[in-house]
Design a protein around this ligand. Sequence first.
Ligand code: NAD
Length: 260
Amino acid sequence: MLKGRVAIVTGSTSGIGLGIAKELASLRADIVLNGFGDAGEIEAIRGGIEREHGVRTIYDGADMSKEDAVRGLIAATVEKFGRLDILVNNAGIQFTAPVEEFPAARWNAILAINLSAAFHSIAAAVPQMKKQCWGRIVNIASAHGLVASTHKAAYVAAKHGLIGLTKVVGLETAGSGVTCNAICPGWVRTPLVDKQIDDIAAQRGISQTEAARTLLAEKQPSLEFVSPAQLGGTVAFLCSSAADQVTGTAISVDGGWTAQ
Ligand code: NAD
């Protein structure tokens, strides 16, 4: 379905981004991996995707907190492959504290990586996508892009902002063959959430299993985690012709979280 297409997935060395990259590779898109981690492990992931799916796969370690690096990632991809068809803005970080104790440095880092990086990458990618008369921009927001929780001032603000950015870009690219949408996952069991499960287990003196159940019970009616592969499938839908008229929207994949 995506043979000949080139996809960048930011933050794809782990968790949701890796699941999305694997799904797009399974549909034959060439992949640009990005994110932090152990060099040997990243090379094993890169080589594994290339071997399993027979697609060109490169790694670019651009730091999404830095404007020049984000814009450089887009430019380097177009230079290397001659095109850019799919941009998945997925890199993200979390930090929790009451607003009056929230460190300004954490606020700035979360806004830079979870929101401003998407602005810079989209601004750099749209001219190329318009030239091609086809492009898919997918921003990985969150249920926290639609509703709030305590102690997540920066994350909730960034994710709400990301959905606003998605709407504007959806309007500005309408009719050009380029679409821009957000996906709003509920809880997904990744390193980002494992840390929050660890915190609940430590605070309440309960096991990891009980802490995971507590986390789900507080927000997610299905009581089941969303999987990275399911989110990969949602991105694949947005890249299909069935989604040609889906733009500027936010798709919830959250086990019922935001239906409440
Ligand atoms: P994760 O921690 O497993 O992965 C985050 C990825 O981002 C990693 O590859 C990491 O190396 C990369 N990254 C972090 N800082 C970076 C930087 N400065 N530059 C480049 N890459 C950087 O987390 P995840 O749970 O897979 O989260 C991925 C996205 O999904 C995030 O935007 C997150 O907010 C969102 N999300 C996660 C959940 C969940 O329950 N896990 C729910 C809703 C939304």
